[in-house]
Design a protein around this ligand. Sequence first.
Ligand code: AMP
Ligand code: MN
Ligand code: MN
Length: 358
Amino acid sequence: MSFILAPDRAAAARSLAAALVPGQRVCLTTHVNPDGDGLGSEAGLAHLLRDRGIEAVITNPTPTPPRFQFLFEDIPGADRTGEAIRELRRADVIVVLDISDLGRLGMLSETVRTRGVPVACVDHHASEGVLPDGPRYLDAGAAATGELVFEIAVANGWTLTEEAARGLYVAILTDTGGFRFSNTRPRTLRVAAELLEAGVDPEQIYLEVYARAPEGRPRLFAEALQTLVVEPDFGLAWVTVPPGAIERLGVSSDDLEGVVEFPRSIEGVRMALLFRELSQGRVKVSLRSVGQVDVAAFAKGFGGGGHTKAAGLAVVGSLAEVQSTVLSAARAYLAANGKPPGRAPVDRPQSDSILPSK
Ligand code: AMP
Ligand code: MN
Ligand code: MN
């Protein structure tokens, strides 16, 4: 394989692998409402570890959405999310993927915090979090956690089977919005190319992830998009999931993926938001930006986090209260961070060629 890592990165990848020893029981976990990156990274790493005699199981705080269940079909019994706490109590090592913060582990956070075993972490989020001690492989420059799992495999000389590659491809495909977002770097496409070389069928993955939706998904989009509000003076646009719509339409919150791209797609919009009621009197806000607006920094002000152009937060309050507070803050934030929208100069990534130097 023609992939070259900087020496410090390779060393970090090897120390992480050194904590994962054959015969051990390893729990892989990710954030609440797991997405394609969290789940694909888990599937990829589970295959890589199992190929090395390490029993890796998946223990997430909330269930695997139907469209990602195919990722675990070839590892029968590996998705132990239903018994996550029991599994975590038996684990020799815990690996947290696609998040660095205990708080985002939901109902599992207390168990992970108090377990007393090494807690490794592989993540690409900009926001710093708190986790118990263990090896880290972090890089906010990576498009997806799956890209980092790929690097760990390469640095350790692990063979990448088609099954492992499939999970990592799903991770990168979903977190880059199908290789469209600004996190799509030269390196991202080089990794994706290696995954295709390992045998991944991109059309098959596309069909599994994006073309097996329940009828309720487009209906949910229709209802949410009906609520669109645009404030051109601020460069602000938002949509709201009508309370109860997800349950009524028989879909899950995972089926909302992509809806916030519609307010974001409007000319002149610099910040797009999606509001949705959660249980226990909380409201989730998904934030996306265009240009120079840093929504991770904005989300941090509400205890949330994420990436510069894609972030989220969840706060206590009624839908109307949270909307009013967050939108007022967003208007002020946009006014204070006010470069006019338009054609910003392209932010050229530094070369990170993985081809062997000639
Ligand atoms: P989402 O809007 O759920 O697609 O999330 C966009 C990004 O923000 C992802 O990287 C999430 O991990 C992050 N994120 C979403 N919700 C939260 C939250 N409540 N706290 C911290 N980060 C979040
Ligand atoms: Mn994620
Ligand atoms: Mn991610």
